[in-house]
Write a protein that binds this ligand. Structure first.
Ligand code: HEM
Length: 410
């Protein structure tokens, strides 16, 4: 075991080339040496052990809202600059960072409407996937990310929201811009993209909410307006912020689930052969992809009182960051954790977090990934890496793991 200094939060992002190339070497070492690691630079405890993370992520007495974090929790506090006097947090942030009672008040109707839509959404996902596959020119090598993995989730959420086809291009651009809101280390250019996308999207939702109120359609925006009319205590701004959160939370992550999945299956032909032999195992395949290469690295909570975690004292208002990636490969829970095995029986992964904040989009992400992977491998029986020796090109957005490009040939 090394005696090198323990990594800080910044080193646990793809901005660190060692972490980008092999995050698990870094995380295994951290878990072994210091599973509850106080990182002063970010002002947070970094937790890497499954058996610490699982109960904490599910603990509804902990806080999520970064405004409740101590001032020393600089990474969390970056999300609440200039908001010290804020009273209605629901009108400034999405459910991702809200605590009760606002969290439940807003999440409940949103989840009700979203889950009902996802439950009947399979035929539309199949249509979107077919259309994307149809558009791929496979006569020469192509980039699966830009041709398939990026457009499918954006088009799916656009369809759920009822975005007209002629606005799809704008919608894709805004969606890319707003994701920078989750990047605490964003540079000036990324901040500018985020700042341009936010108001444009907000104007779009303001206009569309008014239009759907006047004339409802069969879409999620109309559902939310109807729930408001039926008494759900939600303001238009809250609806807007949380519909935007579906884009922020849902697009890149699902893109990466599909992209990471294709790469893993091509790298592990025996596992791909199992899927080809029986597409009925697709749900198990998707769960193993989520465990092995989760698109989201971390989530977090704030201690609401003094607690002890793995023998370490954590004081009220101190921030805890959970490495979902490290938890998913913890050898105490998963046999041979670094083996990608779609037949694995026990895989209670943490890719979607847990408890009150468990990913609201998980059913949609699973649906999209399962349809996309089955159809992709059916359509291209000889799908292969364009250059089998090329190193993967990972994106550098902190706390997300996905490919910049995935060059394939059919
Ligand atoms: C593979 C794809 C996805 C992954 C890996 C993922 C991961 C996560 C994680 C880790 C959290 C935090 C959970 C916690 O703190 O316990 C979360 C929350 C959230 N996700 Fe996802 N997500 C995915 C897809 C989606 C999709 C498709 C949507 C929208 C349609 C979405 C919307 C959200 C929202 C709104 C939250 C905040 C929920 C809350 O705080 O109550 N996500 N997601």
């Amino acid at each position: 075991m090394t005696t090198d200094p323990l990594p800080g939060m910044f080193q646990l992002t793809p901005l660190n080339p060692d972490y980008r190339d092999d995050p698990h070497a870094v995380l295994d070492d951290l878990r072994a040496r210091c599973p509850v690691h106080r990182d002063e630079a970010s002002g947070s405890f970094i937790l890497t052990r499954y058996n610490d993370v699982r109960p904490l992520v599910s603990d509804r007495s902990l806080w999520r809202d970064p405004i409740r974090a101590e001032q020393a929790a600089v990474m969390s506090r970056r999300f609440v600059d200039d908001l010290e006097t804020e009273t209605n947090r629901g009108e400034t942030t999405s459910i991702l960072m809200l605590d009760n009672p606002d969290h439940e008040r807003i999440r409940q109707p949103l989840a009700q409407a979203l889950y009902a839509r996802v439950a009947k959404f399979r035929p539309e996902v199949e249509r979107i996937v077919d259309e994307a596959l149809e558009a791929i020119d496979a006569s020469q090598p192509f980039d699966l990310m830009s041709e398939f993995c990026v457009p499918v989730p954006v088009d799916a959420i656009a369809s759920i929201l009822g975005v007209d086809r002629d606005r799809l291009g704008d919608f894709r651009d805004w969606s890319e811009g707003v994701i920078q809101g989750l990047n605490p280390f964003r540079n000036d250019e990324q901040t500018a993209r985020m700042e341009a996308a936010g108001p444009a999207l907000s104007a779009y939702f303001t206009e569309t909410i008014a239009a759907r109120r006047a004339q409802p359609r069969d879409d999620l925006i109309s559902d939310m307006v109807r729930l408001q009319a039926e008494g759900a205590p939600l303001s238009d701004i809250e609806v807007q912020i949380n519909l935007t959160a579906l884009l922020i939370g849902g697009n890149l992550t699902t893109t990466d689930l599909i992209g990471n999945g294709v790469r893993l299956l091509l790298k592990n032909p025996a596992e791909l052969a199992k899927l080809r032999a029986d597409p009925g195992i697709i749900n198990a395949v998707v769960e193993e992809i989520l465990r092995y290469e989760p698109p989201v690295d971390i989530t977090g909570r704030i201690a609401s009182e003094d607690i002890e975690v793995g023998g370490c004292p954590v004081k009220a208002s101190q921030s805890m960051t959970f490495s979902l990636r490290a938890a998913n490969r913890d050898p105490e829970v998963f046999d041979d954790p670094h083996r990608f095995d779609v037949s694995r029986k026990h895989k209670p992964h943490m890719a979607f977090g847990g408890g009150a904040h468990i990913c609201i989009g998980a059913p949609l992400a699973r649906l999209e990934a399962s349809v996309a992977l089955v159809k992709l491998f059916e359509r291209f029986p000889n799908l292969a890496f364009a250059d089998p020796d090329a190193a993967p090109v990972w994106r550098t957005l902190p706390f997300f793991r996905g490919l910049e490009r995935l060059e394939l040939r059919a």
